[in-house]
Ligand binder design. Sequence first.
Ligand code: CDP
Length: 796
Amino acid sequence: MTITDERASNPAAGGADRPIGYGRIQRKEDPRFIRGKGNYIDDIVLPGMLHSAILRAPVAHATLVSIDTTRALAHPGVVAVITGKDLLGLKLAWAPTLSADVQAVLVTDKVRFQGQEVAFVVANDRYAARDALELIDVEYDVLPPVIDARKALDPGAPVIRTDIEGKTDNHIFDWEAGDAAETDAVFASADVVISQEIVYPRVHPAPMETCGAVADYEPIEGHLTLYETTQAPHAHRTLFAIVAGIPEHKIRIVSPDIGGGFGNKVGIYPGYILAVVGSIVTGKPVKWVEDRSENLMSTSFARDYIMQGEIAATKDGTILALRTNVLADHGAFNATAQPTKYPAGFFHIFTGSYDLKAAHCKVTGVYTNKAPGGVAYACSFRVTEAVYLVERLVDILARKLEMDPAELRIKNFIQPEQFPYKNKTGWEYDSGNYEPAMRLSMQIAGYEELRREQKEKRERGELMGIGVSFFTETVGAGPRKHMDIVGLGMADGAELRVHPTGKAVVRLSVQSQGQGHETTFAQIVAEELGIPPEDIDVVHGDTDQTPFGLGTYGSRSTPVSGAAVALVARKVRDKARFIAAAMLETRPEDLEWEKGRWFVKGDPSIGKTIAEISMGAHGTVELPEGIDGNLDAEVTYDPPNLTFPFGAYICVVDIDPGTGHVKVRRFIAVDDCGTRINPMIIEGQVHGGLTDGVGMALMEIIQFDEDGNNLGGSFMDYLIPTAMEVPNWETGFTVTPSPHHPIGAKGVGESATVGSPPAVVNAVVDALAPFGVVHMDMPCTPGRVWEAMQGRPRPP
Ligand code: CDP
């Protein structure tokens, strides 16, 4: 069952009679996508454009002895071959990462992960560039790699970052949140303590479109135009100015249609920088587009957290405290993307949706010989890992106490009257009402009936599992006083222009990668100004055309940029009041607003529509002092807090006892993202996120062998789910608006990716309960499930 009667149950969305604004309208961007008229990086062709390819390291750890490019340079069609040595001369061999580390653009001293960039070939066509890679002669002196994060800090472990002066180990950081002593005290006196090592394996965002760029450096004026697959064009421009030394006002970043980001297109990869260098060196535009294996092997991975978690509780199931120690594998360079203050992102939301007496988490980051990164893959900075940890632990506790996992959760929820709720690690949850969401998902699922069915099936030896999860996210990063990325405060801008005829254009600093911003942001303006969404153009993804802001990731677009858009529309509305008053020869305070027009209080027949007011502003109406002749405004929004969407998920699986194959039979997702702008788009976001979650729970993993060979470098090895592996999603919603967001909206883009993996794994473990299985690490592949059923340990 899908609840679709949006407006009846959502007062914030307005009455059913409202013709414009929020609601289930079709996506404005889809006509071009379904006609194949999207404009992606690889569609961009500039006059005289050259192509490129990157030579990548075949081993994980090795000293670079020599590179000889003579044969490659002689290959027909090759224009330039660039090595690390060339970049040293340009001071571009190393680039700053988003986490105050540096990353090699091309190897100069030693290789630190398999797939690392070694040389860059620029040629007349892509084939020549690729062929020339084979002709670069490189000599490596292979070193022992560090692959297992658990061994990275062993005395005598090979030191990976010999480039950092004085570095003698692979330690990156220790970070903690919460009160350790208080938490230990609660644990010491608790009736029940459960403890479990839980691994969130390395996975990859794997967007449909891989990363790429077209760099066009114009030497006379010194202008750089960089078409790039980026989720954050403005931040990239600033960083390019700093890295390449090109004045910022001479850099234009264009992020055209993006075929999925999921965090993968946040970082600045060597390929982008190399395309720029290629263009500077050759004097021509240079295109670089990576292939699937390059994307999977060298761009940012996600997760890779080894978490030791514990819960302290009373015998009757009151959860008292949580603590965890985490080992975070950050790969060869610390290139994770998160606000500076939080090296483990927002992992300290691991207290989840529960009212606790104490909590403490400690995270240690280490270097290994793996690709760098640690991106927020469809989540707000490590919220996914946090939610997975707590939701697995709560299930383990339910099993220990022989309590129903849904009822145990309900018993411990933060209560509605406790909001705004300050948790034990420093977050202030803005709003929440958890039990109705949990009860609604149970109602949609027919929870009791499912449990009855499971009991009967168990008696017959059939393996059916029901998994419950409840999550609270923290999205919309974030207040400038707390959050920045490489020193840039996490605010976003919006500019709105209403043309004389009443049509409008709104310019955003965030960038859609398929989430439908061209529709929903037009809907926000429509709701505020009464202009139909089809009369409002949304411009984004071009730094020359849009205001500064930090971009789209961590479901922050609606919480931050959506707020900016609502406020800029209100600014226009306020200005329109003065102009309308002048036009009607009355005082602004004598006017009243109804959607789309200002009218005289007490006489609705006398009024002016936004279009009339705009024509007046641009026309000959005598304007009041201080009001200029347009209906334009701009705003930069600094969010006072993050928003805290939540959701209740139930997964039903059947396991084939002969093969260990897990079939997700049903999945019920109830989400609460506050005010819902476009329910159809929200459902699409949820469907996609759930599919991602099933993928991570059942099949996705980037593994390495002991030599550091990446075993997940193609879609033959790195499995992602298709329509065949997922059920018909059953969605529902509740609405608890954010009290501090101008329209009460919270983010939703990543909720389902965050909430679904624990529901699936909880279901698998529940199905395997007759075998005494209490935990299983993802992905729950048929092999692993089958082994668990045999009671055999998984090989290390
Ligand atoms: O930052 P990102 O766009 O990935 O995530 P988001 O802000 O959660 O928005 C994803 C899509 O869902 C956008 O088109 C939003 O405007 C839409 N949305 C909505 O219609 N109502 C909400 N309360 C939240 C998001």
